[in-house]
Ligand binder design. Structure first.
Ligand SMILES: [Zn+2]
Length: 283
């Protein structure tokens, strides 16, 4: 699932390409994935695009389009001149043509460029809302981990108040926004903290290591354009993969030697989600 670094990469790359353009036409191919009246977006200018947690927030001059990519959502941008075949690298099969059988939505912009929303598993969504409704929708998220509201003091207090295991606490979007399965595993590995520890058993020093790891790893992952994991579901808007998968310490490396201690990376299930960790390094 795209997490903060992947959604932020999509946001930055779309911002350069679509802000200032008008929506000329929208084709909703899967009705359940677009909430609202698609006719209302036609003719509106795209004013800005930002991100809250894993949600894209697109201001279309008075109305807001919220977009969640969920498990397998992709947003691909094709300029009026460019054909997908010119991207110049091997593409996952699903992208070899656009639209394809996973395309759920197509937006035509006024310069003849197009946005394709592909989603193999159909969990992603677009919601057309007023500004007020969008604020309500986004109100429950905790602080942005790369923002100034996410302080060490806040993090120590929040983890100290929960008896859940620390892996599940990191996935709680109300505690800190935007971390999912990939980066929870990576952050715990970098901080040398076992994913099985109860959050309120962590020392201030351990929480401080986790805090630094969150900031460093998420920032670095954005610099690398995010992680295209084994399923290759996540791609950037130009259909190229991210590069952070080459930097992963433990995620999807089960059975392989730990880069730090040489022990074997393990995969366990916690609340039905996979966690990857090194029992030798993480205590
Ligand atoms: Zn290790």
């Amino acid at each position: 699932m795209p997490e903060l670094p992947e959604v932020e990469t999509v946001r930055r790359e779309l911002e350069k390409r679509i802000v200032g353009k008008k929506i000329a036409k929208i084709e909703v191919l899967e009705k359940k994935q677009f909430l609202g009246d698609p006719k209302k977006v036609v003719g509106r200018e795209i004013k800005s695009i930002w991100r809250r947690a894993k949600v894209l927030v697109i201001d279309i001059n008075g109305l807001i389009l919220l977009v969640h990519l969920k498990m397998t959502g992709q947003i691909i941008y094709l300029s009026n001149k460019k054909r997908l075949v010119s991207v110049g690298h091997p593409l996952p099969f699903i992208l070899n043509q656009l639209p394809n059988k996973t395309t759920r939505l197509v937006i035509n912009l006024d310069d003849s460029s197009r946005l394709f929303f592909n989603d193999l598993r159909k969990f992603g969504w677009f919601k057309l809302l007023t500004k007020k409704q969008a604020e309500v929708e986004l109100a429950d998220f905790g602080p942005e981990p790369l923002g100034k509201d996410f302080t060490l003091r806040y993090f120590i207090n929040s983890l100290g108040r929960t008896r859940r295991v620390v892996k599940m606490a990191l996935l709680d979007q109300r505690l800190v926004a935007g971390i999912g399965n990939i980066y929870a595993s990576e952050v715990l590995f970098a901080a040398r903290v076992s994913p099985r520890r109860q959050a309120n058993s962590l020392s201030d020093q351990e929480i401080s290591r986790l805090y630094r790891a969150i900031k460093e790893i998420l920032s670095e992952a954005i610099d690398y354009g995010g992680t295209s994991a084994a399923d290759q579901a996540y791609v950037r808007p130009d259909a190229s993969p991210g590069r952070y998968q080459n930097k992963l310490g433990v995620y999807q490396r089960e059975g392989k030697p730990c880069y730090s201690c040489g022990g074997i990376v393990k995969k366990i299930k916690q609340n039905n989600r996979s966690t990857f960790w090194c029992p030798g390094c993480q205590k």
